[in-house]
Design a protein around this ligand. Structure first.
Ligand SMILES: Cc1cc2nc3c(=O)[nH]c(=O)nc-3n(C[C@H](O)[C@H](O)[C@H](O)COP(=O)(O)O)c2cc1C
Length: 205
């Protein structure tokens, strides 16, 4: 795996790779570092409403194979797959996160208490909660895909899997499956894809 710290190369030359070398072993330590860095992604109120299931071993690949009736090439050749799930329970991690911030001195105790009270009293709209969680999951997914390139890996974002059954398979009833990502050392180049430029999709006033 050839590491890469050239941000422009990471950004501009990322493309979906759907076939990986199958003889590559990526350690759990590497996966955890890749994640810990990508987990710097922003989230609304810093609530981090995401859960990741990493499918790496042959046993795990066999166990969760039924969730991937499509995109078999990525599933079978990747060094590991990640399923990103969004936590539907609003602010479920607020106390844990904010307590740690107070301990580290990055949040005042009274600010934490005010926020926690506000979350408790909030009349939340479930659709808004899940929309925000999906947005947050998207940010972290992009961070993961870009950081993978820094580690010399390529990825493919995958919406085509059995999202309805994934929370059941992982025993996460309070979650929705948002997307999956395959990771590995590329065994083909993928293909260039067109992007509409700013003039086609944006305007400046
Ligand atoms: C939400 C989402 C779902 C996607 N689902 C799939 C998929 O199921 N299978 C696949 O091969 N590619 C999938 N892709 C990859 C897109 O086809 C790809 O990103 C797009 O064509 C642009 O190509 P590039 O990633 O190579 O730049 C998905 C991408 C996104 C963002």
């Amino acid at each position: 795996m050839k590491t890469n710290n050239d941000f422009k190369d990471i950004l501009l030359n990322r493309r979906s790779v759907r076939k990986y070398k199958t003889d590559v072993v990526i350690t759990d330590e590497t996966i955890k570092t890749l994640f810990d860095e990508a987990l710097r992604a922003p989230s609304a109120n810093n609530l981090q409403p995401w859960t990741f299931k990493v499918i790496k071993t042959l046993e795990a690949k066999a166990k969760y194979s039924h969730l991937f009736p499509w995109n078999r090439n990525q599933y079978e050749t990747s060094s590991f797959m990640v399923v990103i799930l969004a936590d539907k329970k609003y602010a479920s991690r607020a106390e844990m996160i904010y307590n740690q911030q107070v301990e580290r001195g990055t949040m005042a105790a009274d600010v934490r208490d005010r926020h926690l009270k506000a979350f408790e009293e909030a009349q939340v709209n479930e659709l808004d909660v899940i929309k925000t969680a999906y947005l947050d999951a998207g940010f972290v997914a992009m961070n993961l895909m870009l950081n993978a390139r820094a580690f010399g890996l390529d990825t493919c974002p995958i919406g085509g899997f059995d999202k309805a059954n994934a929370p059941i398979a992982f025993n996460l009833p309070d979650h929705e499956a948002v997307m999956a990502l395959s990771f590995g050392v590329k065994d083909d180049e993928g293909y260039p894809s067109l992007r509409l430029g700013f003039d086609a999709v944006g305007s400046i006033e």
